[in-house]
Write a protein that binds this ligand. Sequence first.
Ligand code: ASP
Ligand code: MG
Length: 422
Amino acid sequence: MDIEVFKFGGASVNSAQAVQNMASIVKHYHDAGRKMVIVVSAMGKTTNALEQLVPNIKQEDEQEIIYKNLVDYHLQIVRHLFPNPTDGIYDKLRVLFDELEQCRKVSSGEYNYDYDQVVSFGELISTTIISAYLEKCGVGNQWVDVRKIIVTDGMNRCAQVDWKRTMENRETLVQMLDGGQSIVTQGFIAASGEEVTTTLGREGSDYSAAVLSYMLDVKRMTIWKDVPGFLNADPKYFSNTVKIEEMPYDEAIEQAYYGASVIHPKTIKPLQNKQIPLYIKSFVNPKADGSVVGPFPVIKPEVPLYIFKEDQTLMSIMPKDFSFIAEENLQRIFSILSQVGVSVNLMQNTALSFSICIDSNKILIDKLIALLSVDFKVRYNRNMELLTVRHYTQEVIDSIVAGRQVFLEQRSRDTAQMVVEN
Ligand code: ASP
Ligand code: MG
């Protein structure tokens, strides 16, 4: 279909000014005769706040304050955008806030279920505001509840898309678009086949937009971000970042896998399967070119890509008996890792020890050590950093290691990874 799928993240709608800017981008395309599916995240840091409102996560008096702040935050934005206090938006929001207030007070006893019911209000609220504001700006649109379109399994907090059942809703979506205006809908949230609200995992709105792009067979998808495009490094660590103009699909998947946080890791696959290019553009500078992920043979320009992960723990696991690290031991170690829910960012073994680099999550690591200690000696270093460089040269590696002690190192033809002290 020849329509635009746009994704706007939390930072692009975190204030009244931001919403106005976002609306002016959308209006530009609208005035040029384009029809859009506009996927929006929760405003600013709303999802983080909502996580604190899941039943029993905090004392009621603390939650009361967080809830009030959240309502105030949204109302402050809305008052700016809709100065008329009798505007219909205020009633719509009151209904949503009341529902949230109910929802955060009833616990099902199951944390993951409760989480999705509460946290989904972030996107329901943001899209309600944005749909009304776009309408006010002359961008006629329909607010669509994405839970009627994207169907998942019942795994709350990290639901898997049920592609077959989702595709059955394709016609509905196409008819909506054929019949009329652009669509404004939620990222991140979905519903199971039993119509229970689910979520796709934190930062999942990119993925939602990719699912909709796949469904509609569009010619391109665009993510509007606060960076000029896909950079070769996080500007937090590097002053001289280079913007990538063209990025092959596989390269973008590798990048996301190693922890680059530009796009949600699951986003690329559905796009790649239909060869839909993904544009990453700046909402600060919407006329600029941005980056495109697509069916390219190589990255352009050809520069090294850097991904740094802080807060890492390097753990060495050694059998207590006389055995070497071999299949049975590894099987035992991996089954404990998956039981605890720890994902391994890097691994290496010698005859006597198996080393892993994992995120420093104290609760999980304590659990892990308790279980491993039955059969293994465990040593670990906290406060490590994992440096990944794609398309490296020795010079590049020397410059980022910069005299720090390397605790573990692994190189393939394309990728070098080093665990160093932070
Ligand atoms: N609002 C959700 C989050 O903050 C989803 C997203 O932003 O993509 O994780
Ligand atoms: Mg976000």
